[in-house]
Ligand binder design. Structure first.
Ligand code: ZN
Length: 299
């Protein structure tokens, strides 16, 4: 396996597509995933196992998984919000589960339909089932830097949730700026305190570029020692329940940034840019990323 300094988790098949109006065919999703694999990405959030009535773009999760071939060194991550989602991810053949709890009570109830306490109780059960089935586990704490309904989310609240999650420790703990409102000082502070909760859990961050702070937040997270960063080819993406949330930080922008900083990602920049241009076709719009327009530094 290639040596990397920062792992990039490719979330375009899930977060990148879920809020897009154009319904993408299962074959095109498989093509996107295969292009990501060919570009060197080794962990991919391939889909979410959620109610198709609420997220129509994710209605073909099982069919998509059935079309894919997972190389041995690759993680196919299924996102789950509850027991039913986990059961489906497991049955569909995901080898990693990403479970979500939201830091704000209102947003958790809107997103998962239950109170935070109930989501945390589900996690305790799912964690043991996932471990027994040999799956890697991660928990993402949504709205860690601000909430569309409650506004400011204090770091103390996020840490309280993180502490509860760590009672049933996942392999990786992630903080998500679901609505793209965070700034680097928040990232630095939160990660420092999260590191204090456990020295051995891997940390990951998930940023949206809604207010132009996404890439700055990536730098702060990497400097704070995160193991992994979520990114989406082309910078597409959004959350159906977070009004006006825009794209994830773009994979090509993050790869360019990190590689130029001397941090290895194992990802081929040109192949990612080509994939961004390709998926722009089925989506019917051009990629919002900087690198898909500017390209890398001239040779
Ligand atoms: Zn997101």
């Amino acid at each position: 396996m290639k040596q990397v300094d920062v792992e990039i988790v490719e979330v375009s098949p899930r977060d990148g597509l879920q809020n897009e109006k154009a319904l993408i065919s299962t074959a095109d999703k498989a093509e996107l995933i295969n292009r990501a694999l060919a570009a060197g990405l080794r962990r991919l959030e391939v889909t979410s196992f959620v109610n198709p009535k609420r997220v129509p773009q994710m209605a073909d999760s099982e069919a998509l998984m059935a079309q894919l071939t997972r190389p041995d060194d690759v993680g196919f991550i299924g996102l789950a919000l509850n027991q039913r989602g986990f059961d489906r991810a497991l049955a569909a053949g995901c080898n990693e589960v990403n479970f979500v709890v939201v830091a704000s009570e209102t947003f958790n109830q809107r997103n998962q339909g239950v109170p935070v306490a109930e989501t945390l109780a589900s996690w305790a059960v799912i964690r043991n089932q996932a471990k027994a089935a040999g799956l890697l586990t991660s928990v993402t704490i949504g709205a860690s830097f601000g909430c569309p309904f409650e506004g400011e989310v204090p770091a103390s609240r996020v840490l309280q949730i993180a502490e509860a999650v760590m009672q049933h420790a996942p392999d990786e703990l992630a903080f998500a700026d679901t609505i793209g409102c965070g700034v680097p000082t928040q990232v630095t502070q939160l990660l420092k305190e999260a590191r204090g909760l456990s020295s051995d859990v891997r940390l990951r961050c998930h940023f949206h570029n809604t207010r132009g702070t996404g890439i700055a937040n990536v730098v702060a997270a990497v400097e704070a020692g995160v193991h992994a960063i979520d990114a989406s080819i082309g910078g597409f993406g959004g959350c159906p329940f977070a009004p006006a949330a825009t794209g994830n930080v773009a994979t090509e922008d993050v790869v360019y940034l990190l590689e130029r900083m001397g941090l290895r990602t194992g990802v081929d920049l040109d192949a990612v840019i080509a994939a961004a241009h390709w998926i722009a076709g089925p989506l019917g719009k051009s990629a919002p990323s900087a690198l898909s327009r500017a390209g890398g530094i001239p040779a």
